[in-house]
Design a protein around this ligand. Structure first.
Ligand code: SAH
Ligand code: SF4
Ligand code: F3S
Length: 445
């Protein structure tokens, strides 16, 4: 039925990190070429793809509950059901065996081939594609997400990860590191800027090692200079950075490039050298503090956010105290903090068997850390009160009509009365009140 073909609809349910959001965007772009319109109502969809995350067990539980809903929906109407992303890569075979109603299963490396995979599944074949791709010719997708709009945009510069942090499943799910050719990155930056993006975040699991092996062609620092040359780019951010690989050339870029944001997300994981060693992070607390100091010398006022794991196997009270005092020493303005979650096939499992931290202890540590972080975040936003700062307006605020939300270069979220004509513009805003996660202000005249 031609008419029905013309109106095929796909619904994506995306869990996990900005890589998954980005991959979903690429799938949306690719499937559009086969006539799939993206819908935000799963009940209207002919094809549902759950893009999954495996980073902690909670994310996997979430996948099971989400999937349950769509499997039920499938009982009452024709529907092609796909599972993509990191859980698919990690345990796709198991899931296919357990759930006969799943039609399609593929990992992050299947994204470039999603059109073929979907075609086969729609034709009635059960499809399982969890082969990791050959890195020589990794086909980065150049089509841009048709739903991409707005002032902030993510652009991938690298796929996979060559590190082997002992707690982490990502090297298993996303395969080896490959750098995307810089010409393709710049082309995508230009495309999203033409659609209104001003605040560009370059993404990869370890962006500082961009270009050091295959692909790339330039170093990460050189890439930053190239992106800064694109007219219309107001802010450049990048994530995630590995503290071990932060080079002097990147530090220098903070002196040269005003577009580089005065905020860096620099995951530390722990403040204890003993724990960092067991995590195989290959830097010390002292080295981390040196990187922070070098960046602050290059860019006065630079602020930092981080990732922290509490309750890593063998973490003692003393180790944890060192994480607490690192929080204060750096003065992080925000942290993604989580209890350690044992992941299948990771080296830390052996440590976990010998030396687990009880859930109660890990929970108490997490609460203490998060309380202290909240107090620091609040103090930081309060310290802005009375000052006037340049704010790049991103869009409407989440809660109030007639209030817009913008970001300072150091990533503070500032809400102030305004309208859509301000989107994408930078203007001075006087801060009237600081909260934990944002501040309020008024455009100065
Ligand atoms: N490439 C990034 C991190 C990607 S994973 C980096 O090297 O920093 C995002 C965050 O999830 C990690 O920084 C870590 O804090 C957390 N994480 C990863 N594995 C975890 C696990 N097994 N348990 C709890 N948190 C974990
Ligand atoms: Fe995981 Fe470490 Fe790679 Fe980050 S650098 S994705 S934490 S293995
Ligand atoms: Fe991201 Fe989760 Fe995979 S954090 S890389 S979607 S395991």
């Amino acid at each position: 039925m031609g008419e029905r073909d013309a109106a095929k609809r796909v619904f994506f349910h995306t869990l996990g990190c900005q890589m998954n959001d980005y991959d979903t965007g690429k799938m949306r772009a690719l499937l559009a070429a086969d006539g799939y319109a993206s819908t935000d109502d799963p009940e209207l969809a002919d094809l549902i793809v759950v893009n999954t995350c495996s980073i902690r067990e909670k994310a996997v539980e979430k996948m099971h509950s989400v999937l349950g809903e769509y499997r039920r929906a499938k009982r009452s109407r024709p529907l092609t059901l796909g599972v993509a992303g990191c859980v698919a890569q990690e345990r796709g075979e198991q899931l296919m065996a357990k759930y006969p109603d799943i039609d399609l299963m593929f990992g992050p490396d299947g994204v470039p081939h999603v059109r073929e995979l979907v075609r086969e599944a729609v034709a009635g074949k059960r499809v399982l594609d969890i082969d990791l791709l050959d890195l020589e010719n990794y086909p980065f997708v150049s089509e841009v997400d048709p739903a991409q709009s707005g002032v902030g945009a993510f652009v991938t510069i690298q796929k996979g990860c060559d590190n082997a942090c002992t707690f982490c499943i990502v090297p298993q799910t996303r395969g080896v590191e490959v750098s995307r050719p810089w010409e393709q990155i710049l082309e995508e930056v230009r495309t999203v800027v033409a659609r209104g993006a001003r605040d560009i975040t370059l993404i990869g699991q370890n962006v500082n090692s961009y270009g050091l092996k295959l692909g790339g062609g330039v170093t990460f620092a050189q890439l930053l200079y190239k992106v800064a040359e694109v007219p219309g780019v107001t802010h450049i951010r990048y994530t995630t950075s590995h503290p071990r690989d932060m080079g002097d050339d990147v530090v220098q870029a903070y002196r040269d490039l005003p577009q580089l944001a005065s905020h860096l997300h620099l995951p530390v994981q722990s403040g204890s050298n003993r724990v960092l060693r067991r995590m195989k992070r290959f830097y010390t607390r002292e080295r981390y503090l040196e990187v922070v100091a070098a960046l602050r010398a290059a860019r006065p006022g630079m602020v930092f956010t981080t990732d922290v794991i509490v309750g890593f196997p063998g973490e003692t009270d003393d180790d944890f105290e060192q994480t607490m005092n690192l929080l204060h020493e750096v003065g992080f303005i925000g942290t993604f903090s989580f209890k350690y979650s044992p992941r299948p096939g990771t080296p830390a499992l052996k440590l976990e068997m010998r030396d687990p931290v009880s859930d109660a202890v890990a929970g108490a540590r997490l609460t203490r850390y998060q309380d202290a972080q909240r107090a620091l975040s609040l103090a930081w936003h309060r310290a802005l009160e009375g000052s006037t700062v340049p704010v790049l307006v991103h869009g409407w605020s989440a809660h109030d009509p007639e209030v817009v939300m913008g970001r300072t270069s150091d990533f503070a979220a500032i809400n102030f009365p305004g309208d859509a004509s301000l989107f994408g513009r930078t203007l001075p805003v006087t801060i009237t009140r600081g909260f934990t996660h944002s501040a309020r202000g008024e455009a100065s005249r």
